[in-house]
Design a protein around this ligand. Structure first.
Ligand code: BG6
Length: 530
């Protein structure tokens, strides 16, 4: 990693543009906002994300009347396919993956007519020239007015090629000259694969796009439960007073998944879980948990506070590396009583792979609020269950009144369950009714499902719609992504230098390697049983 603290600010030339975005947290912000007619072009349209998330999201936006009536979606990919074949595949995908079932046939037949397919290689000039003409024709037929979203859902190595070709063929508009129509680019994560490549990609995209045209997606930010972290912290007066090192013992952030890497072997062999989930999703959860109250709810103020958290992260102590970082890879095992193969047996994975599918990190945030409070982060594939949560453990009460004899007083724990079973719980201690007065931990519970009685929209619905509105609050800003890379990269480098000798080191269906338990045990703590 090169000398870089100067670089980040040098190349974030346009971050203040985001100040014009209105935050979705601001009261009534959506009301009265009208989505412009537009065309969404999805690069990598034959991939998993399009089928599982993007098309179901567009379908649900249509179902809820949130898409403009003048709208089209064009799939762009290398495989030869007709519009009809693509529509049939997307019909199956939406039936299988839409959050609302069954598929409404009447709605589907009108939605289907807005879906198209364009075959081309990502580096083929003729393909982009033909795309430009095709989109212009659609504008004439459908009244989409030249507005475009280009969604880059390909292998990350194609991002520069696609952006360059979009620019070269007039598909990206110059924001200084073009005021009547807009073009925006959604870039999937990971944005770069380490700090230096992140900087390089950032410089590259800023040569072709204004920051206000770039939407770096981290779909965790589109989740209702993630947005609620700020509301929970800052719309309730009772929490701020004890949200600090005087009262908090430690914080655990878990992103656990039952699933393995499925069909994404090739991607995982390049990425690993640190790049796939920790550098982005886990870091976002960390920032929202630890940030100071922003001066206002506008996008810039919120993003500025998140970046301050990242800048205050204490660099990992490389001389005691194993006390702070643990990596793991899943071996065969059982998930819900079914056999599960090991990572090295997955398709497109080397039988000797040293790529990690589990990571646990202990970190400190060196600022006044969090001085001395450890944050324990963990993310893993093939764990016993899918569970993403933030657990804030409070300090013990003084051992004066109730800690006599066998009586053990548990710490209070506040758990923000991001998914599934979305909600918030607070563990307190309570007297068991009766004369002998034993004390037992009990839980106060809030559950989204039972309280609001509705399925929250998928993160991608919210984010695609926000991009159509030009609202970047729930997308990551360039310096946010780069500062996160800056902190994570020494871990990647260390891992790269010394390959693991014990992989695979946890059985599928267990909570990760023993070393991760030992890391907490050394501090007299344990991972929460979820
Ligand atoms: C994606 C990762 O960003 O998030 C996947 O690439 C992971 O590996 C997924 O499975 C998890 O998303 P969610 O919304 O199911 O938590």
């Amino acid at each position: 990693m090169q000398n870089h603290s100067r670089n980040i600010s040098d190349i974030i030339v346009d971050q203040n543009n985001s100040a014009t975005f209105q935050s979705p947290l601001e009261e009534g912000s959506k009301s009265g906002r009208v989505v412009d007619p537009c065309i969404v072009v999805i690069f990598g349209a034959t991939g998993d994300l399009t089928a599982r998330k993007l098309l179901p999201a567009l379908y649900n936006l249509t179902r809820e009347g949130q898409l403009p009536s003048h709208f089209a979606c064009v799939g762009f990919a290398r495989r030869q396919k007709t519009h009809e074949q693509f529509r049939d595949e997307m019909r199956d995908a939406v039936s299988q993956f839409s959050r609302v079932k069954p598929l409404d046939e009447n709605l589907w037949s009108s939605f289907m007519n807005q879906i198209y397919y364009h075959t081309s290689n990502f580096d083929e000039d003729e393909g982009y020239e033909a795309l430009r003409k095709f989109l212009d024709d659609l504008d004439k037929q459908l009244g989409t007015k030249g507005n475009r979203i280009f969604y880059l859902s390909t292998q990350p190595s194609f991002f520069p090629t696609i952006i360059e070709h979009l620019g070269k063929h007039g598909l990206i508009y110059d924001t200084n000259k073009e005021k009547k129509k807009w073009s925006r680019v959604i870039i999937e994560k990971p944005f770069g694969h380490d700090y230096d490549s992140g900087i390089e990609l950032q410089q590259f995209v800023l040569n072709h796009l204004a920051e206000s045209q770039i939407f770096r997606i981290d779909h965790y930010l589109g989740k209702e439960t993630v947005q609620n972290i700020l509301v929970f912290r800052f719309a309730n007066s009772i929490f701020e007073a004890f949200w600090n090192n005087h009262y908090i013992d430690h914080v655990q952030i878990t992103v656990g998944e039952e699933i393995g890497i499925g069909t994404r072997g090739a991607f995982y062999e390049e990425a690993g879980i640190l790049r796939d989930i920790v550098q982005n999703h886990v870091m976002q959860l960390l920032c929202l948990t630890a940030m100071e109250p922003p001066a206002s709810l506008n996008a810039k103020a919120i993003r500025d506070e998140k970046v301050k958290v990242l800048k205050a992260l204490r660099p990992i102590d490389l001389s005691n590396f194993n006390d702070y970082v643990v990596r793991g890879q899943y071996a065969p095992g059982y998930i819900n009583g079914e056999n599960a193969i090991g990572y090295r047996e997955e398709n497109n994975v080397s039988p000797k792979s040293s790529m990690e599918t589990y990571a646990a990190i202990k970190l400190y945030i060196d600022n006044w609020r969090w001085a001395g409070v450890p944050f324990y982060l963990r993310a893993g594939k093939r764990l016993p269950k899918r569970a993403t949560e933030i657990a804030v453990t409070f300090k013990q009460v003084p051992k004066i009144l109730f800690s006599q004899g066998e009586q053990k007083i548990e710490n209070n724990v506040l758990v923000i369950r991001i998914q599934p079973d979305e909600g918030i719980s607070l563990r307190t201690n309570c007297k068991v009714p009766g004369p002998s007065s034993p004390i037992q931990p009990v839980k106060m519970e809030f559950r989204y499902g039972s309280y609001f009685g509705l399925t929250p929209p998928e993160a991608y619905e919210r984010l695609i719609c926000d991009c159509m509105l030009g609202d970047g609050t729930l997308f990551a800003r360039g310096d946010e992504v780069l500062t996160s890379w800056e902190w994570i990269t020494p871990i990647l480098e260390r891992w790269h230098e010394s390959l693991p000798s014990d992989f695979p080191n946890y059985q599928s269906g267990t909570w990760g390697p023993k070393a991760a338990d030992e890391m907490l045990a050394r501090d007299g703590r344990a991972w929460r049983l979820i």
